[in-house]
Design a protein. Structure first.
Ligand code: ZN
Length: 68
C-alpha cells in the first residue's frame, strides 16, 4: 500500500475490526476481533502526512485518519 501523498510505501502498524462475543460461552465468555482492515502509517519524514494514520476497509480502499 502506497501513501497517496508521497508514494512512499506505508508501514502496516495494526489492524482493526468489530469485537465479536460468543454469547453461548456464557461461563467462559470468548471474544475476538473480526478483522475489517489494516492500519498504516506514513514513515516518510518529508511527507505532509508523516506519522499520520491511514486505514483500509474490507474492500481494500485506502482512507485517511484512524478508523473509529
Ligand atoms: Zn506520505
Amino acid at each position: 500500500m502506497e501513501c497517496p501523498y508521497c508514494g512512499y510505501e506505508l508501514k502496516c502498524t495494526d489492524y482493526y475490526g468489530k469485537r465479536q462475543i460468543a454469547e453461548h460461552y456464557w461461563s467462559y465468555p470468548q471474544s475476538w476481533i473480526e478483522k475489517e482492515g489494516d492500519i498504516f502509517k506514513c514513515d516518510n519524514e518529508g511527507c505532509d502526512m508523516y506519522q499520520e494514520s491511514f486505514y483500509t476497509d474490507s474492500r481494500g480502499e485506502l482512507y485517511e485518519r484512524y478508523p473509529c
